[in-house]
Design a protein around this ligand. Structure first.
Ligand SMILES: Cc1cc2nc3c(=O)[nH]c(=O)nc-3n(C[C@H](O)[C@H](O)[C@H](O)COP(=O)(O)OP(=O)(O)OC[C@H]3O[C@@H](n4cnc5c(N)ncnc54)[C@H](O)[C@@H]3O)c2cc1C
Length: 285
């Protein structure tokens, strides 16, 4: 289908983009890679009157070393995240998960910021930033503010971004020594969306898991942490049996959807199995 008519601006600075969004009010929308928004426009599920194309804002692209953390620009594509040496060295979980997003064509256009701002609970990268305890950086008419990943995802396709705010980047703490990671995605076919995805981090010392952090995709209306499994894994032997036992609690407190791809109970089962696998890889069990 052909999208409804809209006006289009391509600002040359973040300040201009924020101003254009403010002037457009509720009828204005940011467009980045267009990989999620364009299908919605074509299906007429969204019909903004103004599109603010941030694609030309080079300042929002790329990865910067900030000492204890990396600042990844919102416009950095999935392909760039996947291949960036700083991301590989300090936040390998993000690189691994970015490599599972869709196919090369989508990964070359789709952006990290677009994926997070779109807030699809089935998407891979929101679950990863939740596990990484990342911080979203937003710029709006009132200036810049930081939002923890746990507070950023408010509901299905809804974030804490206020009208007129642009996501400019994501600050990801570097993983120190001893941390391992794994992203486990169960999908019907290669390149498809996750039926369930599990992003796990584990810090191992003297044959034990000292700490585990687990984010899950498609286990609720927002990406969720598997808090009970994290608690059960902390202090456990880094053995497959012990981690499988901790993973039995992965679905506690979740509200997975039921759809054509799977019933809620099936997703609960997947969450437990994938968490066991992810923890085993992350802790080298
Ligand atoms: C065929 C196909 C398969 C896919 N498979 C997967 C998959 O397996 N896993 C997965 O995780 N994703 C998948 N996706 C989605 C893909 O990851 C998109 O790239 C991503 O969701 C959106 O990024 P984008 O830059 O294209 O955003 P856009 O489509 O441009 O925008 C998406 C939304 O975010 C808002 N937005 C974008 N950037 C900003 C910003 N900087 N600040 C504020 N708001 C912003 C827009 O207003 C819009 O509401 C798939 C997409 C397609 C088309």
């Amino acid at each position: 289908m052909i999208p409804a008519k809209f006006d289009y601006v391509r600002p040359s600075s973040v300040g201009d983009a924020v101003r254009a969004l403010g002037e457009g009010g509720e009828d204005a929308k940011v467009i980045a890679g267009g990989q999620s928004l364009l299908p919605l426009l074509r299906l007429r599920l969204a019909y903004p009157e103004l599109l603010v194309d941030v694609g030309g804002l080079g300042e929002l692209r790329g990865v910067r070393d900030e000492g204890d953390s990396l600042l990844i620009g919102a416009l950095t594509t999935h392909d760039q995240v996947m291949r960036d040496p700083l991301v590989a060295a300090h936040c390998g979980l993000l690189a691994e998960a970015a490599g599972t997003v869709a196919d090369p064509a989508v990964r070359h256009r789709g952006t990290l910021g677009g994926s997070l701002a779109h807030a699809d609970p089935a998407a891979d990268l929101p679950a990863v930033v939740v596990a990484l305890d990342a911080t979203m950086i937003a710029q709006g008419p009132g200036g810049e503010r930081a939002i923890g990943a746990g507070d950023f995802f408010a509901d299905y396709l809804t974030t804490d971004l206020a009208p007129g705010e642009i996501l400019t980047g994501v600050r990801v703490p570097k993983l120190g020594p001893g941390w391992g990671y794994s992203y486990q995605k169960f999908h019907r076919t290669a390149q498809a969306w996750a039926i369930v995805g599990v992003a796990a981090l584990a810090r191992r010392s003297n044959g034990q898991v000292e700490q585990a952090r687990i984010g899950m995709a498609n286990m609720g209306s927002v990406p969720v942490r598997a808090a009970a499994a994290e608690a059960a894994a902390a202090g456990a032997d880094a053995s497959r049996d012990a981690l499988r036992s901790a993973a039995q609690r992965a679905d506690e407190g979740t509200h997975p959807p039921a759809d054509l791809h799977g019933a809620a109970d099936y997703r609960r089962h997947l969450a437990r199995v994938l968490t066991a696998r992810a923890l085993a890889v992350a802790s080298g069990a």
